[in-house]
Design a protein around this ligand. Structure first.
Ligand SMILES: NC(=O)c1ccc[n+]([C@@H]2O[C@H](COP(=O)([O-])OP(=O)(O)OC[C@H]3O[C@@H](n4cnc5c(N)ncnc54)[C@H](O)[C@@H]3O)[C@@H](O)[C@H]2O)c1
Length: 293
């Protein structure tokens, strides 16, 4: 028998609050999860994704929000962990009405949850949310916001890759270092841009062929299929797409000497981190902070 909603919630951590957001008129189906607010209001982005089921969306938001609690804490921020997911296709279903309706749900939490960009959302959607609530970050610079946070995230990943390469190979130069980048969205694109400047040997993949075409043309890097990128022979595998890419199915096939990327929740379970260590693959989790305004 499949697990009930409350059972699923309690089996993924001690979440404080899980909010289902529904608006039939605009087609909004979203879940906000607040994992922990001990250190401050729960901060975490809104992901829009074509989830195969509501259960998959719930599990994703529970895992992501829990991860944000630890990320904020490890970075020394007075923030808690939260996250939101919107069920839908970010390529075809993004509307002002949908994000404004979502913004009203964020507003109803009175600052317990602060949202931002994540997979499938951009500064434009944050602008719509900002029309309904002040509890959103990553809004356009014209409104006094930070703008797109992903270049800073990618820079944090670059620094993480440099530290990882130094630990593994003794020098933080990325010249000639073979790096496989999975996902060419906001973070992956900027990461490739930084890596190209460092003269790394870059191989990329994305499920969206247009993004692969743009990036390979612009930065002259190699490309492989999205099914293969995790398994190519390289020095660093940089996951910059979805979570749980390091799992029972993939782990034995990874040939990279280190894993360091921007994706949240790269390990399907904590034990996969131990397994990487046993395989001699250095695993680094990166974090980034926006520069002070
Ligand atoms: N945007 C940020 O500033 C930020 C901050 C911290 C963490 N992150 C994390 O970084 C990751 C990427 O976020 P983003 O903002 O770049 O999202 P995005 O939506 O801009 O990009 C994600 C990309 O991954 C691709 N993708 C999805 N599944 C894939 C697969 N199986 N193989 C290859 N490509 C695949 C998508 O087509 C898309 O191009 C996410 O895990 C996100 O939670 C983002």
């Amino acid at each position: 028998m499949s697990k009930g909603t409350f059972e699923l919630i309690s089996s993924h951590g001690d979440h404080e609050q899980v909010v289902y957001c529904h608006n039939k008129e605009v087609g909004l189906k979203a879940i906000i999860a607040i994992h922990n607010t001990t250190l401050g209001p729960a901060l975490g982005g809104t992901r829009m994704w074509n989830y195969r089921s509501e259960e998959e969306a719930l599990i994703d938001v529970l895992r992501l929000s829990k991860g944000m609690t630890y990320k904020a804490s490890a970075a020394g921020l007075n923030l808690g962990g939260g996250k939101a997911v919107i069920i839908g296709d970010p390529k075809t279903q993004k509307t002002e009405g949908l994000f404004r309706a979502f913004g009203r749900f964020v507003n109803s939490l009175n600052g317990r949850y602060i949202t931002a960009e994540d997979v499938g959302t951009t500064v434009r959607e944050m602008e719509y949310i900002f029309m309904e609530t002040a509890w959103v970050t990553g809004i356009p610079k014209a409104f006094g916001g930070s703008g797109d946070p992903s270049p800073y995230t990618a820079h944090g990943v670059l620094m993480g890759i440099k530290a990882t390469v130094k630990e593994k190979f003794g020098s933080d130069s990325l010249k000639g270092v073979r790096i496989a980048v999975q996902g060419l969205g906001n973070v992956g694109f900027h990461l490739v841009e930084y890596l190209a400047k460092e003269q790394a040997l870059i191989t990329v993949a994305d499920i969206d062929p247009e993004k692969v075409k743009t990036v390979t043309a612009r930065f002259g890097c190699a490309a492989v299929s999205a099914d293969d990128i995790a398994y190519i022979d390289c020095d660093v595998f940089a996951p910059c797409a979805m979570g749980a890419v390091i799992n029972d199915h993939s782990i034995q096939k990874i040939k990279a000497k280190a894993v360091c990327g921007g994706a949240n929740n790269q390990l399907a379970e904590a034990r996969h981190g131990d397994m990487l260590r046993e395989l001699g693959i250095l695993y680094a989790r990166t974090m980034s902070r926006m520069p002070a305004a």
